[in-house]
Design a binder for this molecule. Structure first.
Ligand SMILES: [Zn+2]
Length: 85
């Protein structure tokens, strides 16, 4: 097999490289830990989902508030403050 660190051809059953002395199993693990994303990595889709949910909730809240404000306006003040009687 070929050494993943220096590229020197090592014996088939060798566990370490005769040229640079790297231990293949250890090196492989190190490479995997470097290439694989850590399990706690932030998923950008979760952030997008939260952002979308906040926008949707805000729109619903605003829609409810706006409807209430519009429907209450003529009831509270039907013909202006001076024509109350
Ligand atoms: Zn090597």
């Amino acid at each position: 097999m070929k050494c993943p660190n220096c590229g020197v051809e090592a014996a088939a059953g060798a566990t370490d490289c005769p040229a640079c002395g790297v231990i293949f199993a250890k090196f492989k693990k190190k490479l995997e830990s470097l290439t694989l994303p850590p399990p706690t990595e932030f998923n950008p889709w979760i952030g997008r989902g939260i952002a979308a949910a906040i926008v949707v909730l805000w729109m619903i809240a605003f829609g409810v508030y706006y409807r209430r404000a519009v429907s209450e306006m003529p009831v509270r003040n039907p013909a202006g403050p001076f024509r109350r009687r």
